[in-house]
Design a protein around this ligand. Structure first.
Ligand SMILES: Cc1ncc(COP(=O)(O)O)c(C=O)c1O
Length: 475
């Protein structure tokens, strides 16, 4: 494949790092003494071809009466409602009660219902019993093991990239990428400091996740990057910003599926603009990974443009039902980010049981239990059919306006047996508070019928308008 300008810049930056003796390598520790056992990982995973009873525990939750009461009356809670072994609850007056309120969860990010999957739990338990929790240190020191490598390879394959770098969280992954990008400019100036045109120009969607924003802010402090925020998904705005920018090193960074709005980045238009301007495309596929695309490869797979994404950030904390983050990219970029991404370098590696569990999750959903993806998209269609609201993903953002309205709607749903939290500032602007309803493969059509009935008791579904894909509602 022909090398892009960005390939050349990252190569140049790598040689500069080498000359400065700042290039860093992973030195995997082999914690499994039995090589055959490791190779067998993946083949021994038990899989299921339809929903099981235990799947429901990923969406059926209980809260104590005290928590219920505090939530309904907006009484702050520090989480100290003590629950004893036998289910006795001490409320704030010291009274004990055995009552719990069962709720159906519609606010998690466990899109495929994997958080309760026994095979994934067993993978974690087996690794924990054999090796303990692990990691002993950061990945560059001694925390990186053959379990981490196995997971990285599996994720690189899923994302159709040369390689992958595991990070402690998705938040840390975005921070590492942004900070590393800022570093590129500081390593490549002709003079001592980068002139304006030698800096990196980062174009960021206005609704990008906080971890991207914070990463950019950190990179900005080094004075090596210039930031241009474009209106949410507005490609003509992005085009005009790109066309008037004289800096050569351009980067566009966007969420793929927006976490609070449920709409997709305009992938096809982004690919066209990338061809026109040669920018580096960084995609945060936190919500699309495992959920979108035939193989669960994410939003780029769904839009058939995986090759046009240069760096794909993902998380294992959502559809994989575990936690941890990753950066799928070329080998060059991996080497650069692991040498310069401070949130990767200076944080303890993912624990071994989590790496084992995430590997099981990735193998199960990407390759085996494909019915889960079918189920979640069927639930998206159910919601649409029941409400007439055009939604494009399992994230349904019902914007109600003020904070009080969002809290009122959330309380109504709580009383009706649903866990749907109100999303307020600083997550969203103060005039666009909302209910964020998320669907899961573990929900049934019947669950959706009940939810939409309850929803119509607090929101006028008949007058909902649509603006991009989030929906504006009247109470
Ligand atoms: C779009 C997006 N990116 C990154 C993250 C951070 O991922 P993690 O929870 O693994 O830190 C999140 C989590 O909320 C997210 O929604």
């Amino acid at each position: 494949m022909e090398k892009s300008l960005w390939d050349n810049w990252v190569e140049e930056a790598l040689s500069k790092l080498q000359s400065l003796k700042l290039l860093r390598s992973l030195r995997p520790i082999c914690v499994s003494t039995n090589e055959q056992q490791l190779q067998l990982l993946g083949e021994e995973y038990e899989v299921f071809n339809e929903m099981q009873k235990w799947d429901r525990s990923s969406v059926e939750v209980s809260i104590s009466q005290t928590t219920f009461h505090r939530w309904l009356h907006e009484i702050p809670s520090s989480g100290d409602e003590i629950v004893y072994r036998d289910g006795v609850v001490n409320d704030e007056a010291g009274m004990s009660s055995r009552q719990f309120k069962k709720l159906l969860l519609f606010s998690g990010n466990d899109y495929l219902g994997l958080s309760s999957h026994p095979t994934i739990g067993k993978a974690a338990a087996k690794a924990a019993l054999e090796h303990g929790m692990g990691p002993r240190g950061s990945a560059l020191i001694c925390g990186y093991t053959n379990y981490h490598r196995l997971l990285e390879s599996c994720l690189a394959d899923l994302k159709k990239k040369e390689d992958c770098l595991l990070c402690p969280t998705g938040f840390a992954a975005n921070m590492a990428v942004m900070v590393a990008l800022g570093n590129i400019a500081s390593l490549l100036p002709a003079g001592e400091k980068p002139l304006k045109d030698e800096k990196v120009a980062i174009f960021s969607d206005a609704f990008n996740h906080a971890s991207i924003i914070d990463g950019i802010r950190l990179a900005e402090r080094t004075k090596n990057v210039e930031v241009f925020v474009y209106r949410h998904c507005d490609m003509s705005h992005l085009n005009s910003l790109l066309s008037s920018c004289t800096m050569k090193k351009k980067v566009v960074v966007t969420d793929s599926l927006f976490s609070m709005d449920g709409d997709f980045a305009p992938m096809i238009e982004l690919v066209k603009l990338r061809k026109k301007y040669g920018f580096l495309l960084v995609l945060d596929d936190a919500h699309g990974t495992f959920v979108c695309g035939k193989n669960g490869g994410g939003v780029a797979e769904a839009f058939n443009c995986e090759r046009d994404v240069d760096i794909c950030v993902g998380t294992l904390s959502k559809a994989a039902g575990c936690n941890g983050g990753f950066i799928a990219c070329s080998e060059r970029w991996k080497q650069f980010i692991q040498s310069r991404g401070r949130s990767f370098i200076f944080s303890t590696a993912t624990t071994i049981p989590i790496a084992a569990a995430a590997h099981a999750a990735a193998v199960i959903v990407a390759k085996k239990e494909t019915w889960r993806r079918t189920a979640i998209w069927n639930r998206v269609r159910d919601f649409q059919a029941l409400t007439g609201i055009p939604i494009s993903s399992p994230i349904i953002s019902v914007v109600v306006g003020s904070e009080e309205k969002a809290l009122q709607a959330s309380r109504h749903l709580l009383k009706s047996g649903f866990h749907v939290t109100a999303i307020r500032p600083p997550t969203v602007p103060s005039n666009s508070c909302r209910l964020r309803i998320t669907l899961s493969a573990a929900h049934t059509t019947d669950d959706l019928k009940k939810l939409t009935t309850a929803l119509s008791g607090c929101i006028n579904l008949g007058v909902i308008g649509s603006d991009s894909s989030n929906v504006y509602a009247k109470l």
